[in-house]
Design a protein around this ligand. Structure first.
Ligand SMILES: Cc1c2[nH]c(c1CCC(=O)O)Cc1[nH]c(c(CCC(=O)O)c1C)Cc1[nH]c(c(CCC(=O)O)c1C)Cc1[nH]c(c(C)c1CCC(=O)O)C2
Length: 354
C-alpha cells in the first residue's frame, strides 16, 4: 500500500512512530526559501496558485531541502473564496485584502456556494503534486488544508488582517443569525475545498483556525464549533486524518478536539505544553487525540543549544502525551527564518529515537 511506512500518517492516526518522530512546518514553502522567491518572481501569490506545475514545484521545494515527513499543499485559505467569486488579493507583508468587505445580509449574496467543478485548477495541482511526491523515497504524504469558517470570516468582515477582530466579534453578537448564515456558507466553501484536495490525492487535512484564540470558550462553542464541525464533516467519509489548528487556543483545545465527533490531531501552540494539550484534547473528544506542535517560531532565531534543548522538551512531552505526536511550530515559519536552522531541526528530531 502506498505510504504505509509514512511516519506522519502513523502518528496522525494515533500510533507510536516506530521509525522516527515525524516533523513538518506550517509555511515550510514560502519566502524563507530562496528557491521559492525565484520560482515566484513575476507572479502574484494567487496567480501562482492557478498554475499546477508551479504549485507542485513550490510544494516539493521544502520536501527536497529538509526531508520533512509531509508536504503541505501550496495554496492559501482565500483560494476557495476567490473560486467562489470573492474579490481578494494577497498583499506581500500584509496578507489577504478583500475588495468589498462583508458587513450586511445583502453581502451574503456575493458569496455563493462553491462546487467541486470550480476547483479544477486545485484538483489538477493536487494530482500533479501527489504524483511527484509518490516518487520521493517511500512516498511523501500531502496535507490538504482549508481556513476554518471563523478565520475566513475574520478576513471577509474586517477586509484584511486585524489585530483585535472588532468588527467580526461585533457582528457575531449584534446579528447572530447573520453570523450563523455567513459561517455556514464558509463551512460549505471550506469543506468543498478540503474534499477536492482529498479526492485528488491528499492523504490528510488540516483546518486552520489561526485567529480563533480571540474568542472565549462559550462563544466558540455556540457560534463557531458547529461550523468548523460542518467543514470537517465534508471529508469524514474519506478516511483521512484530520488536524485542527489555531493559535492562542489554550482554553479552547477541548472544544476544538471535539468538533465533528472528534478530530485525529490537535494543533497546540507554544503557550501550552504538549502533554497538557493532549489531555485537554482527550477530555474534549472523549478519546485520545494525537498532538502537533509546538516549537515557538521565535526560537528558530535563538542559539542552537537553546533551540536543541527545547526540541528535546517537545519530543519528551510528545512522547508523554502518548497518543501520537507530530513535531511542528506553534505557528508558521517566519519569512526571515534561516533554512539551515530548519534543516538542523529536522535532523535533530529524526535523530532523537533512531
Ligand atoms: C491566516 C492564513 C493565511 N493563509 C494561511 C493561513 C493559515 C495559516 C496561518 O495562520 O499562518 C494558510 C496558508 N498559506 C500558505 C499555505 C501553504 C503552504 C505552507 O504552509 O507551506 C498555507 C497553509 C501559503 C502562503 N500564503 C501567503 C504566503 C506568502 C506569499 C508571498 O509573500 O508572496 C504564502 C507562501 C500569504 C498570506 N496568506 C495569509 C497570510 C497571513 C499571508 C502572509 C502575508 C505576508 O506576511 O506576506 C492568510
Amino acid at each position: 500500500m502506498p505510504l504505509e511506512n509514512s511516519a506522519y500518517l502513523h502518528a496522525a492516526r494515533g500510533g507510536t512512530t516506530p521509525r522516527r518522530t515525524p516533523v513538518w512546518f506550517m509555511r515550510q514553502a514560502g519566502r524563507s526559501l530562496p528557491e521559492y522567491r525565484e520560482a515566484r518572481a513575476g507572479t502574484t501569490m494567487l496567480e501562482s496558485c492557478r498554475i499546477p506545475e508551479l504549485v507542485a514545484e513550490i510544494t516539493l521545494q521544502p520536501v527536497r531541502r529538509y526531508d520533512v515527513d509531509a508536504a503541505v499543499f501550496y495554496s492559501d485559505i482565500v483560494v476557495p473564496l476567490e473560486a467562489a467569486g470573492v474579490g481578494v488579493e494577497i498583499v506581500a507583508g500584509t496578507g489577504p485584502v478583500i475588495a468589498e468587505p462583508f458587513r450586511t445580509r445583502a453581502d451574503l449574496d456575493r458569496l455563493p456556494e462553491l462546487s467541486l467543478d470550480a476547483l479544477q485548477h486545485v484538483t489538477d495541482a493536487v494530482a500533479l503534486t501527489t504524483a511527484q511526491l509518490a516518487g520521493i523515497g517511500d512516498g511523501v504524504p500531502l496535507i490538504g488544508f482549508a481556513g476554518a469558517p471563523f478565520t475566513l470570516a475574520s478576513y471577509l468582515v474586517e477586509g484584511g488582517p486585524s489585530r483585535d477582530l472588532l468588527r467580526t466579534k461585533a457582528l457575531m453578537h449584534a446579528d447572530p443569525q447573520l453570523w450563523h448564515d455567513l459561517a455556514a456558507r464558509l463551512a460549505q466553501i471550506a469543506g468543498t475545498f478540503l474534499r477536492a484536495q482529498v479526492l485528488a490525492g491528499a492523504s490528510a487535512v488540516q483546518l486552520f483556525d489561526s485567529w480563533v484564540g480571540a474568542l472565549p470558550l462559550a462563544d466558540y462553542e455556540r457560534l463557531v464549533a458547529p461550523h468548523s464541525s460542518a467543514a470537517l464533516a465534508a471529508v469524514s467519509d474519506l478516511g483521512v486524518p484530520r488536524t485542527h489548528f489555531g493559535t492562542g487556543t489554550g482554553e479552547l483545545l477541548g472544544a476544538m478536539a471535539a468538533v465533528d465527533g472528534g478530530v485525529d490531531v490537535l494543533g497546540v501552540d507554544f503557550r501550552v505544553p504538549l502533554d497538557v494539550g493532549a489531555a485537554r484534547g482527550a477530555a474534549g473528544a472523549g478519546r485520545p487525540v494525537a498532538v502537533q506542535g509546538n516549537l515557538d517560531p521565535a526560537l528558530l532565531f535563538a542559539p542552537w543549544d537553546v533551540l536543541r534543548a527545547d526540541l528535546h522538551r517537545i519530543l519528551a512531552e510528545g512522547e508523554r502525551a502518548g497518543g501520537g505526536h507530530v513535531v511542528n511550530l506553534g505557528h508558521g515559519v517566519p519569512p526571515t527564518a534561516d533554512p539551515a536552522v530548519l534543516a538542523r531541526v529536522v535532523e535533530e528530531v529524526h535523530a532523537w529515537r533512531s
